[in-house]
Design a protein around this ligand. Structure first.
Ligand SMILES: Nc1nc2c(ncn2[C@@H]2O[C@H](COP(=O)(O)OP(=O)(O)OP(=O)(O)O)[C@@H](O)[C@H]2O)c(=O)[nH]1
Ligand SMILES: [Mg+2]
Length: 459
């Protein structure tokens, strides 16, 4: 028999209520020992999925611990598929600890991180990718990342993976029959047909892989660094995007001496935004260190926003910075256009042919929306946002998809050169197994351990 586990399921700290959760066969028995419900003539004993008012009482000394609501949920229609009990205490850490201690004293064991969800997985209610989505739901910081995680928990990714695996299985059956009974009266698989099926599967996998870069950004955020020579308006942009006066802005070049980092959400995309010290030659010791930090942040960035002063021609300082950008992702903001545009856009275009140029007057709040739009376009690759209901956000899934793509590509190459079916079968099977690991079929114990180690207590 599995242990009955217990944990505080709500966050540490003060709150209106705090919840103790139990799962396992002993749950109801433990509740009966420590909970004294206030029953009336309609409810003489505790029944499934009904909320009861009463008190947690230590049977050792009949001391009241807390005034609570409690519910018993009978297996199998529960979170873990086992018997589950939830006790709604006052949101006091003292009440929660005491109640938890009583459950442990009366037969429960303290749950490990993610153990409730792990049981849901092991008992077959969620597959592995669905279980993994639970932690993403809890950690989601934006509406979009929440929606993607919820979709994954409800099985959007699993369903797609199962579809691809079904195609692989059909193919495997065809191949195996041809290997084992080549003389029987069966449909003979031609290399032409093989190549077609294999490449269709390859496309399906590729399509999932292509959502990964957006998925990663939605999940982890985009590192954006604002750079430029001193006094072009970097800190002004930081403040405009944050909608608060976070960084000091003055007309003195060299105002910002240290990186300033903030996490913001632009069009629902989580962004780690860094304002940096203006890059120039300087003898000032502090400013020098600041400029070094600017360069480090520049190296880390997924996206660079280069600001130039549009009211003056491009200077040598600008050119030096532009040289470093090379082929990195960059948006160029031509600022201070309210003072009249003197800068020659061609000078920038010839040096950064891939870059998007945006005219702005940050002080007047001009160009900020265009910049936000460009960032959105970059993340979604210009595609309509609504189409992206299914995004691969998980690194483990992405690695497995990459490997399965390799396997199916190998199979294709062999079909193209009419190799023996046995060889092709090996790669097709490998692809099928790798995709199975995503949803937790053909997965090893230590992978399961690793997945649930990321969880919090009580989930
Ligand atoms: N006319 C005009 N002035 C601006 C505009 N944007 C910023 N400024 C001014 O330019 C000066 C420098 O702005 P900051 O935002 O401090 O520039 P910075 O790039 O952070 O400068 P450092 O931190 O010194 O590298 C300030 O006086 C701003 O008010 C604009 O669109 N038009
Ligand atoms: Mg500044």
């Amino acid at each position: 028999m599995e242990d009955t586990i217990a944990a505080i399921a709500t966050a540490y700290g003060e709150g209106g209520i705090g919840i103790i959760r139990l799962s396992g066969e002993e749950s109801k028995k433990i509740l009966d020992r420590i909970f004294v419900p206030k029953l009336n003539q309609y409810t003489e004993s505790i029944v499934n999925k009904r909320l009861y008012y009463g008190h947690i009482v230590d049977p050792a000394d009949n001391q009241e611990v807390d005034e609570v609501l409690a519910v018993y949920m009978k297996a199998p229609a529960t979170y873990t598929t086992e018997d589950v009990v939830e006790i709604y205490c006052h949101g006091s850490i003292v009440a929660l600890r005491k109640t938890l201690a009583l459950t442990l004293k009366h037969g429960a064991r303290l749950a490990e991180k993610g153990e409730f969800t792990k049981r849901a997985f092991l008992n077959g209610r969620l597959d592995l990718s669905q279980a993994e989505a639970v932690i993403d739901i809890i950690r989601a910081k934006t509406d979009k990342s929440f929606d993607v995680a919820l979709g994954q928990m409800e099985g959007a990714l699993s369903q797609r993976i199962r579809e691809i695996r079904q195609n692989l299985m059909d193919l495997l059956v065809d191949i195996t029959v041809n290997i084992d009974y080549p003389d029987e009266d069966i449909e003979i698989i031609t290399y032409k047909k093989l190549k077609k099926s294999i490449s269709q599967i390859g496309d399906m996998i590729e399509k999932l892989i292509s959502t990964g870069s957006t998925g990663r950004i939605i999940q982890e955020g985009l590192n954006v660094t604002i750079i430029g020579k001193p006094n072009v308006g970097k800190s002004s942009l930081m403040n405009a995007l944050l909608k608060e006066a976070r960084a000091i802005v003055t007309e003195i070049p060299g105002t910002t001496r240290d990186n300033i980092e903030e996490v913001i959400s632009i069009r629902d995309i989580p962004i780690k935004l860094t304002d940096t010290a203006g890059i120039r030659e300087t003898e000032d010791k502090i400013e020098k260190i600041g400029i070094e930090k600017s360069k480090e942040s520049f190296n880390r960035a997924d996206l660079i926003i280069l600001i130039v002063d549009g009211s003056c021609p491009l200077t040598e300082e600008d050119e030096k910075i532009i040289e470093k950008i090379g082929s990195r992702n960059v948006l160029v903001l031509i600022n201070k256009t309210d003072l009249g545009q003197t800068i020659d856009e061609e000078d920038i275009r010839t040096r950064l042919p891939e870059a998007t140029l945006i005219k702005a007057a940050i002080k007047q709040n001009v160009g900020i929306q265009a910049l936000e739009q460009e960032i959105e376009n970059l993340v979604y690759g210009g595609k309509v946002k609504q189409e992206e209901s299914l995004l691969v956000t998980n690194v483990r899934h992405m690695e497995l998809l990459d490997k399965s793509k390799e396997a199916i590509t190998d199979a294709y190459k062999m079909a193209a050169t009419s190799e023996a079916l046995d060889f092709i079968e090996v790669d097709v099977r490998r692809c099928w197994e790798l995709l199975g690991e995503i949803i937790g079929e053909s997965v090893t114990e230590d992978i399961i351990e690793q997945v649930f180690a990321r969880f919090c207590l009580g989930k």
